[in-house]
Design a protein around this ligand. Structure first.
Ligand code: ATP
Ligand code: MG
Ligand code: FE
Length: 336
């Protein structure tokens, strides 16, 4: 099948054409990062307005670059949620208009399922699998018995991993989004500061990053007040190590308990070099195959939405013109 995917849940307006859920024919991403940078984070109203401006341009470009005609397209897949409601509505309503105009089936997609299915664009998925989702708004361990079956076995109780990266980066005066900046500093720093690691209850697969985030912020503020110089590199390296210790240990423990055939890492923070190296080493030691998408498929894009939409299309998931964006769409209830 040939699916047109559309993604507007946050600050990327994206459209892509994907064949059989595995081959990228085109993937166009108009990012608003430069626009939101001066505010230090995504401003929802500004994001919605730019999605409206970019929507048609991005969709037309995706079709043109894919070298397909409308009649070749089997369905339109769109992110229904979670995300910013105003941003989601632009994609959902735009997709409905295109589906109506071209008489195409409309397939609703869960944004996090999209992040997971980014992996299918580069590797075969082997079930049962465990997906570690680490993004701007989510940190979750999801067990998948088969396609489109999601069981959340652990999640963050406060901040998402990406959120912690962004807030710590802000304290270190790094530009938004902060993940890449911390990643770069961490690669030249020494992890010589003992920041807290939140293990929670021994049998829990949940996460917590707010204590760690506060510890870093307090340390930087105290040093500034006393006029002490700090090593941003060492702080970044120590913070990153603290996050990765917990992410990697809990993922590997769950993978063994659930006897999975594959581990998948997905979401924007999976672009992190420290996480990629640590997961590769841990999976190698455990003898469990690992899949992490290439960098441009880690952060928001529409190829991943089309890839997930391809599975939804085959399963018979259909939305009608009453489809609405849902900012807190739950993945377990979404598609079983
Ligand atoms: P969600 O997917 O939960 O709705 P989102 O779509 O805003 O949230 P993504 O686009 O998946 O999030 O990821 C963005 C996040 O990834 C940001 O928090 C950013 O700082 C983080 N990130 C990007 N690159 C890196 C990196 N190299 N290291 C760590 N974090 C990174
Ligand atoms: Mg984004
Ligand atoms: Fe995302």
């Amino acid at each position: 099948n040939i699916i047109l995917g559309i993604e507007t849940s946050c600050d990327e307006t994206a459209a892509a054409v994907v064949e059989n859920g595995t081959i990228i024919r085109s993937s166009v991403v108009a990012t608003q990062i430069e626009i939101h940078k001066r505010f230090g984070g995504v401003v929802p109203e500004v994001a919605s307005r730019h999605h409206v401006e970019q929507f048609t341009v991005v969709c037309e470009q995706a079709i043109k670059e894919a070298n397909v005609e409308w009649e070749d397209i089997d369905a339109i897949a769109v992110t229904q949620g979670p995300g910013l409601i105003g941003a989601l509505l632009v994609g959902v309503n735009g997709a409905k208009a295109l589906a109506f105009a071209h008489q195409k089936p409309l397939v609703p997609v869960h944004h996090i399922a999209g992040h997971i299915y980014a992996n299918r664009l580069v590797n075969e998925m082997k079930f049962p699998l465990l997906a570690l989702i680490v993004s701007g708004g989510h940190t979750e361990l999801i067990y998948m018995r088969s396609h489109a079956s999601y069981e959340v076995i652990g999640e963050t109780r406060d901040d998402a991993a990406g959120e912690a990266f962004d807030k710590v980066a802000r304290t270190l005066d790094l530009p938004y989004p902060g993940g890449p900046g911390i990643d770069r500093l961490a690669s030249i720093g020494k992890p010589n500061i003992d920041f807290p690691r939140a293990w929670l209850e021994p049998d829990s697969y949940d996460f917590s990053f707010s204590g760690l985030k506060s510890a870093v912020i307090n340390m930087v503020h105290n040093a500034k007040q006393k006029g002490e110089t700090i090593s941003k590199e060492n702080i970044a390296a120590s913070f990153q190590e603290s996050v990765m210790d917990v992410l990697v240990a809990k993922t590997m423990k769950a993978a063994k308990e659930y006897h999975v055939e594959q581990i998948i890492v997905a979401g924007g923070v999976s672009a992190n070099q420290g996480l990629r190296q640590r997961m590769e080493a841990a999976c190698h030691d455990a003898g469990i195959p690992l899949s992490i998408p290439p960098l441009k498929l880690c952060t928001d894009n529409a190829a991943m939405i089309a890839a997930a939409g391809s599975i939804g299309y085959l399963k018979g998931d259909r939305a009608d013109l009453a489809l609405n964006g849902n900012p807190s769409l739950e993945i377990e209830k979404f598609s079983v």
